[in-house]
Design a protein around this ligand. Structure first.
Ligand SMILES: NC(=O)c1ccc[n+]([C@@H]2O[C@H](COP(=O)([O-])OP(=O)(O)OC[C@H]3O[C@@H](n4cnc5c(N)ncnc54)[C@H](O)[C@@H]3O)[C@@H](O)[C@H]2O)c1
Length: 265
């Protein structure tokens, strides 16, 4: 049992399947009381039933949606101690990202970035007011530290998600708000299955089961580490990008060429 999680009131968004489901299952195993959110109400109910949690279906990407979810979750839990802002979409659509229409960019931005801003806007003032603090965990992606071959909206929004998590940690960390950013490469979920020709590339360093992401998150929470890197090799890529950005970009361009030759976007 991890003391930072045992007995806590925890919300996981996008927990009807995939990484969110694995986080919810693991939180329950850690002795937390868990609210399972998802857009897909049936999946949210099924996971909640499996772990003895509370289903709170709903769309966390809008202000009204996330307020409703946080309201119902607070009723169920008494207090939200930990919030996993996990729901995300890829928005790639298999086309040249430069031509991605504005409404798709807006949608991806809403789910992958603004959902986190809107949730934190509700939760952080409460955590500061009652003096007990809280924990905000963003599921970003290695695409938010490096870049994502293929999808500009995914890369850009995941960079923004990491940026927002960093800002939150810098601004409120000394006042009791702990923040973590989960940054995996390929994980065996429906999102990866739907990645089409990019699936092989994303699985290059091995696609992990979602439970491994939950393990890495719990370890980082226990150790007080901001970055959660279920694929440890990402730390090396991130360091290489910082140390010599042009060299790193050159390597990424070669990777893009290989993808182009293989017929992916
Ligand atoms: N699978 C990967 O390879 C991978 C790698 C890095 C990061 N991630 C990130 O992990 C997170 C979870 O992804 P996954 O792989 O489990 O994907 P997934 O598509 O299997 O599951 C995502 C879940 O989120 C739900 N959801 C989507 N929009 C929502 C909204 N507005 N409100 C509530 N629920 C919503 C979906 O219904 C779905 O159940 C995402 O943020 C994703 O970007 C995934």
């Amino acid at each position: 049992m991890t003391e930072q999680l045992h007995g806590k009131g925890i919300v996981v968004t996008g927990a009807g399947r995939g990484i969110g489901r694995a986080l919810a299952v693991r939180m329950a195993a850690e002795g937390a009381r868990v609210v399972v959110n998802d857009l897909d109400a049936d999946n949210a109910r099924a996971v909640a039933a499996e772990i003895g949690g509370t289903p709170v279906p709903g769309d966390v990407s809008s202000t009204e949606g996330v307020r409703a979810v946080i309201g119902s979750a607070t009723e169920a839990l008494g207090r939200i101690d930990v919030f996993f802002a996990n729901a995300g979409i890829d928005g790639a659509g298999g086309t040249d990202s430069l031509q991605t229409p504005d409404d798709v960019w807006d949608k991806v931005m809403d789910v992958n970035v603004m959902a986190h801003v809107r949730a934190a806007r509700e939760l952080v003032p409460r955590w500061l007011d009652d003096g007990l603090g809280g924990r905000f965990v963003v599921t970003a992606s290695a695409a938010g530290l490096l870049t994502m071959i293929g999808s500009a909206p995914y890369s850009v929004t995941k960079h923004a998600a990491v940026g927002f998590a960093e800002w939150l940690s810098v601004t409120y960390g000394a006042r009791g708000v702990d923040v973590h950013a989960i940054c995996p490469q390929g994980v065996q979920t429906k999102m990866l299955e739907d990645a089409g020709p990019l699936q092989a590339l994303l699985s290059r360093d091995s696609a992990l089961p979602p439970e491994a992401v939950a393990d890495a998150a719990v370890a980082a929470i226990a150790e007080g580490r901001f970055l959660v890197l279920p694929h440890p090799e990402v730390a090396g890529y991130y360091a290489a990008r910082a140390a010599d950005t042009d060299r790193w970009l050159g390597g990424m361009r070669r990777l893009q060429q290989k993808v182009d030759e293989a017929g992916a976007p």
